[in-house]
Write a protein that binds this ligand. Structure first.
Ligand code: AP5
Length: 224
């Protein structure tokens, strides 16, 4: 029997579970578009001179560690998907954070006859482990590189890819991390997991193992 790789891969999981780390790997390997809502918002924030008052309001939610309103996020996800899908595949990283977003995007994919292409990868990790990872995370503000657990032991100060100064993400302050985990952690994820489980498209992957083992488990779950 021949197998094929799904073309719409939706990553869910608490903040810090490794969605970004793994979504980048899959996108690179399969030449899929990496649709990270967090990255899109952070890139918008970089162009601070051209921000509209609406953009500033939207970014304010992110900076406070709260969810950006559905109307803004859903438009952003639909537009990016339409622009980049092109039958080549998209990895959605963090694009679904509540049941309204899950239902709206499901209808959107249905209207395009794409339901059979969807798989949802749930990277599960306890809220405590997620909090620990986020408090140590270093990223490159220039190219988006995320320093891995292994590399973090080397006390790097510059990005191994582009040599920019590494930093903690602005929303990785202790107070904001706690808020993000309370509002976007495992409790908030339960109804989303239930929704995709009923549709038969949810695949759970243990996020508490080495990055390469998480990647292997994901690979085993994105084919049909
Ligand atoms: P976003 O940027 O998506 O943040 P997040 O969901 O909080 O997720 P993170 O990026 O913090 O973590 P991650 O799961 O990607 O883990 P990572 O790979 O970095 O969103 C930011 C904000 O934008 C939200 O708070 C919200 O305001 C807004 N937003 C975005 N989407 C939205 C939506 N749909 N609706 C409304 N608002 C939205 O890994 C974390 C750390 O762990 C790293 O240091 C990494 O090296 C390490 N690590 C990863 N895997 C492993 C492993 N296996 N072992 C050891 N360490 C590991």
């Amino acid at each position: 029997m021949t197998t094929s790789t799904k073309k719409i891969i939706i990553f869910i999981g608490p903040p810090g579970s490794g969605k970004g780390t793994q979504a980048k790997k899959i996108a690179e390997k399969y030449h899929y578009y990496h649709l990270s809502t967090g990255d899109i918002l952070r890139n918008l924030d970089k162009n601070s001179q051209s921000l509209t008052s609406e953009d500033i309001k939207v970014l304010d939610f992110m900076k406070k560690g709260e969810l950006v309103p559905d109307a803004d996020i859903i438009d952003l996800v639909k537009n990016a998907f339409t622009r980049f899908y092109n039958n080549r595949g998209v990895v959605l990283d963090g694009a679904i954070r509540n049941i309204e977003q899950a239902e709206t995007m499901q209808k959107f994919f249905e209207a395009q006859n794409l339901l059979k292409e969807i798989v949802v990868i749930d990277i599960y990790l306890s809220d405590e482990q997620a909090l620990d990872r986020l408090s140590k995370r270093q990223v490159c503000p220039n190219c988006g590189y995320i320093v891995s657990g292994e590399e973090s032991k080397k006390n790097l100060t510059v990005c191994p890819r582009c040599s920019h100064q590494l930093k903690a993400r602005a929303d990785d302050s202790p107070e904001i991390i706690k808020k993000r985990i309370t509002q976007q952690g495992n409790v908030a994820l339960e109804p989303i997991r239930e929704f995709y489980k009923k549709l038969g498209i949810l695949r759970g992957v243990d996020g508490n193992q080495a990055v390469s083992d998480v990647a292997r488990a994901i690979e085993e779950n994105i084919c049909s």
